[in-house]
Ligand binder design. Structure first.
Ligand SMILES: Nc1ncnc2c1ncn2[C@@H]1O[C@H](COP(=O)(O)OP(=O)(O)OP(=O)(O)O)[C@@H](O)[C@H]1O
Length: 269
C-alpha cells in the first residue's frame, strides 16, 4: 500500500487547510498570543519570523494541537483542532532529542509507520523510499550517533514524511546546522514539499531563509504575539541558492523584513 500524496491540488470547496480565527492564548496568566487570524492554503509554504520571544513557537504549537487557544479557533481541514493529529508532523531544531538513539535510521522511520499502522509487509519498501528521498539511501543501518547533524535532520524529515502528513510544521529546523548543510536542506525541503504537496509552516530567525523558502512570510510582533506584517513572496520557483538571493525582489523583501524586526525589537525594549 503506497500512501497517497498529500493534497497538492486546491480543495474543491476552496477552504484553506488552516484557519486561525482571532486566536488568543494565555500561559501562566500572561497573554502570549493575541488576535491571530491567518489562513494557510493547501500546499502553501508559509514562513513565520519575529523577534526572540514573540510567540513563533507558541503559534506553531497551536497549529500542532499541542495548545488549545484561550480564545478564538484553530481550524484544520474545516474542523476545530482539539488534539494533535497523525496527519500533522512536527520537526524541531533539536533532532538529537527527536530521534531514538537505540534505533537505526531505518528503525526510526519504521516508528512512524508503526504509529500509522502501516502493514508490516509494506514497511521495508516505504523505509527504503523514505531514506532515498532524503539522500540517506546507504545509511539505513546507522544509529543517529553515527550520523552528522545534517544527516540526523534529514532522518527526522524522512520519519515525518513517512507519516504522509498533510501539514509539516517546522520550528527552526536548520538553526543548528552549518551554512552549506543548511542550504542543501532548504533545497531538499522545497523539493519534498513540492513532491508531496504538503502544506508547510516554517518558523525561522533567518529572514533570508524565510524569503528563500516561502510563498508568504508572516512577521509577528511581540508582547503579545500578533501579526505585524505579511509579505507575499513573488519569486519564481524552483528557487536557486545563487540567483534567487540576488533578485531585486528578494533584496527588497529582505530590507522590509529587516526594518520590521528592528522596529519590533525597539518597541519591545
Ligand atoms: N509555558 C509557558 N508559560 C509561560 N510563558 C510562556 C510559556 N511558553 C512560552 N512562554 C512565553 O511566551 C513568549 C513566547 O514564547 P515562544 O517560545 O513562543 O517565542 P519564540 O518567538 O518562539 O521565541 P524564540 O525565537 O526565542 O524561540 C515568551 O515570552 C515566553 O517566555
Amino acid at each position: 500500500m503506497k500512501p497517497a500524496p498529500a493534497m497538492a491540488e486546491p480543495h474543491p470547496d476552496g477552504t484553506p487547510l488552516y484557519r486561525f480565527e482571532q486566536v488568543s492564548l494565555s500561559l501562566g496568566g500572561k497573554l502570549i498570543i493575541d488576535g491571530l487570524s491567518l489562513d494557510v492554503r493547501r500546499g502553501e509554504f508559509v514562513c513565520i519570523v519575529g523577534a526572540s520571544g514573540c510567540g513563533k513557537t507558541t503559534a506553531l504549537r497551536l497549529a500542532a494541537g499541542l495548545y488549545q487557544p484561550s480564545g478564538g479557533d484553530v481550524r484544520f481541514d474545516g474542523k476545530t483542532m482539539r488534539t494533535p493529529r497523525q496527519d500533522i508532523a512536527i520537526i524541531f531544531q533539536d533532532y538529537g532529542k527527536a530521534l531514538l538513539p537505540w534505533r537505526t535510521a531505518s528503525a526510526n522511520i519504521s516508528l512512524a509507520l508503526e504509529a500509522a499502522k502501516v502493514p508490516k509487509s509494506d514497511r521495508p519498501r516505504l523505509i527504503r523510499e523514505g531514506l532515498a528521498k532524503v539522500g540517506l539511501g546507504d545509511h539505513g543501518d546507522k544509529y543517529p550517533a553515527e550520523m552528522s547533524g545534517g544527516m540526523q535532520q534529514r532522518l527526522q524529515i524522512a520519519r515525518c514524511l513517512a507519516q504522509n502528513p498533510q501539514a509539516l510544521l517546522m520550528d527552526e529546523p536548520f538553526g543548528a546546522l552549518d551554512a552549506m548543510t543548511r542550504q542543501s536542506l532548504q533545497d531538499e525541503v522545497l523539493m519534498l514539499a513540492a513532491d508531496t504537496g504538503a502544506t508547510v509552516i516554517f518558523v525561522t530567525h533567518d529572514l533570508e531563509e524565510a524569503i528563500y523558502l516561502g510563498d508568504r512570510v508572516i512577521g509577528l510582533l511581540p508582547h503579545p504575539g500578533r501579526i505585524g506584517i505579511e509579505l507575499k513572496v513573488d519569486l519564481p520557483r524552483p528557487r536557486n541558492q545563487l540567483t534567487t538571493r540576488e533578485e531585486p525582489e528578494f533584496l527588497r523583501l529582505r530590507r522590509i523584513l529587516f526594518d520590521f524586526i528592528k522596529a519590533s525589537e525597539g518597541g519591545a525594549a
